[in-house]
Design a protein around this ligand. Structure first.
Ligand code: HEM
Length: 422
């Protein structure tokens, strides 16, 4: 069960099946390593088979149960073609689940699994909250959050778990700020946000935390209906309160929390690991140079969202010459696309001086491209330099080869990152 929950990341968290019928999570637990290999890594790299497929058959069959025809797309151009298609694919898992006899559970709302026109309508409402102008308001708050965490770490004697003490709380508290979670509740939100990723208390503990956080968001929506706050939820209620029901509002908030937390946290932890272990890479940050180019290269190199949400073909078509039938499931490997040689030579290496003409796909592409991309960039551009400058001698407290990486998880990441600060 635990591996199924982690396997489909956002999706499995939202789609818990009913007893008596085959659940989505249950189905996923039936997948063998033969179908899960796009989610495996060798260290920080995708496994060799992913690269081989990209060279030989960038659109290839992926074996999955229940007679579902599924495809894995690994080439940069075909992945862009799928994600950029405006009329070829649906993201609506609910509709697909009903067709193949899965229990999709309650439709949670949110953007990632919505199709136009609902997707267009919700996205138009939420996008104004992510403009550079609105995000500029958050910048000093993110700086303060980062500095608070660094102060807390500096007070700790002995090795620190950078994942628990920095990588998770920074985006958790940033999202609290963005959504307008009252200060009194932030400790709770941070606790449940962290518990989502903690399997130490048993396989079902993350589900409890997810349910707790959903219940909290539903209450927050009800409270803000009465008195809209300063954050994203308050703005949505003020500007669109009559057009959105509570389910849609808490679904949007949950989408922002789940979409923005694990992803940014993984980028912070894995990026810090790369900065600590690749000789010379962090030197420009120590020297006070801007982090922008390095952040882009880390986003590309790590591409933590390994595959995009499943796309369901709504008509017969060809992708890179391969016939796809209406109803087929298409999985796009973003990490494979971001290591494709069409972006330039040596894409399996990290190179902060790299300038590629084509943009990476770490934030996806097209209709469902990440709404939080600029916020994530802002967090990373603030957090990496602050971390490196505060603890210039920071290093892994264990042999990096022994670090536990999440296995077969849509969002690739570490389970912990013990570091020695000085
Ligand atoms: C480094 C951090 C992040 C990465 C790598 C990332 C990656 C992605 C990717 C690849 C997608 C597209 C998935 C697809 O097309 O199937 C996506 C969508 C999304 N992301 Fe992010 N994300 C990050 C941070 C954030 C943040 C900070 C937020 C919000 C605060 C956020 C909210 C969302 C939402 C709501 C969607 C769905 C958009 C839609 O379907 O229209 N993400 N993200």
């Amino acid at each position: 069960m635990a591996s199924a929950v982690r396997l489909l990341g956002w999706a499995a968290r939202r789609l818990v099946g009913k007893a008596g019928s085959m659940s989505f999570a249950g189905t996923m637990s039936m997948l063998s390593d033969n179908s899960l290999f796009p989610l495996f890594r060798n260290g920080l790299d995708p496994v060799a088979k992913v690269g081989e497929l990209r060279e030989q058959s960038p659109v290839s069959r992926l074996p999955v149960p229940l007679g579902i025809r599924a495809w894995l797309v690994t080439g940069y151009e075909p992945v862009r073609a799928v994600l950029g298609s405006t009329d070829g694919f649906s993201n609506d898992f609910g509709k697909f689940a009903a067709r193949v006899g899965l229990a999709a559970g309650q439709q949670p709302g949110g953007l990632g699994m919505a199709d136009p026109p609902m997707h267009t309508r919700l996205r138009r409402m939420i996008m104004p909250e992510f403009t550079m102008h609105k995000l500029a308001r958050l910048q000093p708050r993110i700086e303060a959050i980062v500095n608070d965490r660094l102060d807390a770490m500096a007070r700790t004697a002995g090795p620190v778990d950078l994942w628990q003490e920095f990588a998770l709380p920074v985006p958790a508290l940033t999202i609290c700020e963005l959504l307008g979670v009252p200060y009194a509740d932030r400790e709770f939100v941070q606790r449940v946000s962290t518990a989502r990723f903690d399997l130490g208390d048993g396989a079902f503990a993350p589900l409890d935390a997810i349910n707790e956080s959903r219940a909290y968001l539903r209450d927050l929506v009800a409270t803000q209906r009465r008195k809209p706050g300063d954050g994203l939820l308050g703005s949505l209620i003020r500007d669109h309160g009559d057009e959105l029901d509570d389910q849609e509002l808490s679904g949007l908030a949950d989408g922002v929390l789940t979409g923005g937390l694990e992803t940014s946290a993984s980028m912070l932890a894995l990026g810090a690991l790369v900065l600590m272990t690749q000789p010379g890479l962090a030197d420009p940050l120590r020297a006070g140079e801007p982090a922008d180019a390095l952040v882009e290269e880390l986003l590309r190199y790590l591409t933590v969202v390994q595959v995009a949400f499943p796309r369901f073909a709504i008509r017969d078509m060809e992708i890179a010459g391969v016939p796809i039938k209406a109803g087929d499931v298409v999985m796009c490997s973003l990490i494979a696309a971001d290591r494709d040689a069409v972006l330039g030579p040596g894409m399996d290496e990290i190179n902060a001086d790299r300038r590629t003409a084509k943009s990476h796909l770490a934030f996806g592409h097209g209709l469902h491209r990440c709404v939080g991309a600029e916020l994530a960039r802002m967090e990373l551009r603030i957090a990496y330099p602050a971390l490196i400058r505060r603890f210039p001698a920071m290093r892994p407290a264990v042999d990096p080869a022994t670090l536990k990486m999440r296995r077969a998880s849509i969002v690739f990441g570490l389970e912990s990152l013990p570091v020695t600060l000085s």
